[in-house]
Design a protein around this ligand. Structure first.
Ligand code: TPP
Length: 472
């Protein structure tokens, strides 16, 4: 196990420091070292240590498990594990288990055109971008819903644990179903620092820490110790040390001449998909099932005349979502924030203009900055428009779909066929509200979303009434 640990640490060091000469077959020269060091050593050792001991457990007890990583900058840890367990070379054959593959594996790390210095979804066995702290526990719980045999080992770094919203996520244990869901095993890595500032949880007493986690509903176990070989050498020896420290982490028996990890290390690797980095649960899309979609037109509001019928967008959508939940009891979930009922999703026990006050009003700006290849935004003005956009959005994958819709009853404008046509075009001219008869208009009223549509139509109506000659 110690050899496996040192092989892991060697790979982490290689990613951080070595652009060339991956097995140090040649004397280390300055030009072999990455000119700009990006990425962090920090949590790598603790993460690797945890990962390999859990892999041992997987082998021993034939477990299904995955590893969710929280630490901000400890990507070398998960990368080293995916590489040592063979998954990395399986997914990226050019990063093969030989000297040239290892060199490419090291070189790509935090390098233009390569991969990030933090865990990213492209890394086998990594589900999300760990660069924005605070999601490890929420993501981990998401993985175990409806996977009763799955254990999600979750590495929570002490800096991450100080993120405000994250602190609440410790309570996620209350939403697990003991029969239908799996288990989350969080490991709080108290290495004392967030980058280089002290962390709170690493500085409070055991008693206080224990009480805190008992209060959250966890039973904490403490495993602690420090490496006596801590680095206290003087700067004067830095260059010499560089070379010898890297060598100390490596021994001929860890990697053979060709750069392959030693056969006895392979014995420590769990089988096939039981390698945490190969589990289909954490490798995007492998478990995705198509949703059974009800005909959304069944839930439409009967609009015989524009601007006459009163109905609510959210209650209409809620009926459609309730049917979706009936048809897909195990692979469709609705998450509400704090106002599920007040936002008129009662029909499914489970959002609107609170979005303008409670959430960041700059949210849509942020979304609109993203590439249309990954995000889509729609502001349906009424219930049928909302339904006709919800259906294709729910069928889509690999998109972040944002719909902004309101909760209160208000005037309905178009029937479901017109709504489908409107959604399909993405933008439209409402002839029934216009009087330009296809001539050059005097005024163009443009709007987007429920509130501004209502105001534009009210303005249009007043203009028709008081200035009938104005072409709208
Ligand atoms: C939400 C958020 N706030 C701040 C940061 C900036 N940040 C990046 S790493 C880091 C410290 C992380 O500390 P820790 O979780 O202990 O991990 P490590 O330093 O070991 O990588 C911070 C504050 C961030 N990435 N995300």
């Amino acid at each position: 196990m110690d050899d496996y640990f040192r092989a892991s640490l060697y790979l982490c060091l290689g990613m951080l420091y070595l652009g060339y000469n991956p097995l140090l077959k040649e004397p280390l020269k300055l030009e072999h070292i990455e000119p700009r060091l990006l990425g962090h050593w920090k949590s790598d050792a603790g993460q690797c240590f945890t990962y390999i001991y859990f892999s041992r457990l997987i082998k021993k007890y034939v477990l299904d498990a995955i590893f969710v990583v929280g630490p901000g900058n400890g990507a070398p840890a998960v990368l080293s594990q995916a590489y040592l367990k063979g998954t990395y070379s399986e997914v990226y054959p050019d990063k093969s288990e030989d000297v040239e593959g290892m060199r490419r594996f090291f070189k790509q790390f935090s390098f233009p055109g390569g991969i990030g210095g933090h865990a990213i979804p492209e890394t086998p066995g990594s589900m999300y971008e760990s660069v924005e702290l605070g999601y490890s526990i929420p993501h981990a719980f998401r993985t175990v819903f409806d996977h009763p045999d799955l254990i999600t080992l979750t590495m929570v770094e002490n800096g991450e644990s100080e993120i405000g919203p994250f602190a609440t996520s410790w309570h996620s244990n209350k939403v697990l179903h003991p029969i239908t869901d799996g288990a989350v095993l969080p490991l709080l890595h108290l290495n004392g620092y967030k980058i280089h500032n002290p962390t709170i949880l690493a500085r409070i007493s055991h008693k206080e820490l224990e009480s805190l986690f008992v209060g959250y509903g966890w039973k904490p176990y403490f495993a602690e110790g420090s490496d006596s070989e801590s680095m206290h050498q003087a700067m004067a020896a830095t260059v010499e040390r560089y070379d010898s420290e890297i060598r100390n982490h490596r021994s001929e028996k860890l990697f053979d001449e060709q750069g392959r990890s030693a056969p006895e290390l392979k014995l420590l690797v769990p089988e096939g998909n039981r390698r945490m980095s190969a589990s289909p649960v954490i490798n995007g899309g492998l478990l995705r099932l198509p949703l059974h979609m009800p005909d959304f037109c069944r839930f439409s509001v009967d609009v015989k005349e524009s601007g006459v019928t009163d109905a609510g967008s959210m209650p209409t959508l809620a009926m459609f979502l309730r049917e979706m939940m009936r048809k897909n009891p195990h692979n469709f979930r609705v998450f509400g924030f704090d106002e599920t009922a007040s936002n008129k999703h009662d029909a499914i026990y489970e959002f609107d203009h609170n979005g303008f006050s409670h959430q960041d009003p700059g949210f849509l700006d942020l979304v609109a900055n993203k590439s249309p290849a990954v995000v889509r935004t729609y502001l349906p003005p009424d219930a049928n428009c909302l339904l006709s956009v919800a259906d294709p959005y729910l069928r889509s994958s690999n998109y972040v779909n944002v719909i902004v819709a309101d909760e209160q009853n208000h005037l309905q404008y178009i029937d479901i066929d017109a709504a489908i046509a409107h959604y399909t075009r993405g933008v439209g001219i409402w002839d029934w509200a216009s009087n330009d008869q296809d001539l050059e208009p005097d005024v163009v009223m443009a709007c987007c979303g429920d509130g501004s549509t209502l105001k534009s139509l009210a303005t249009t109506s007043l203009l028709h009434q008081y200035l009938p000659d104005v072409k709208l």
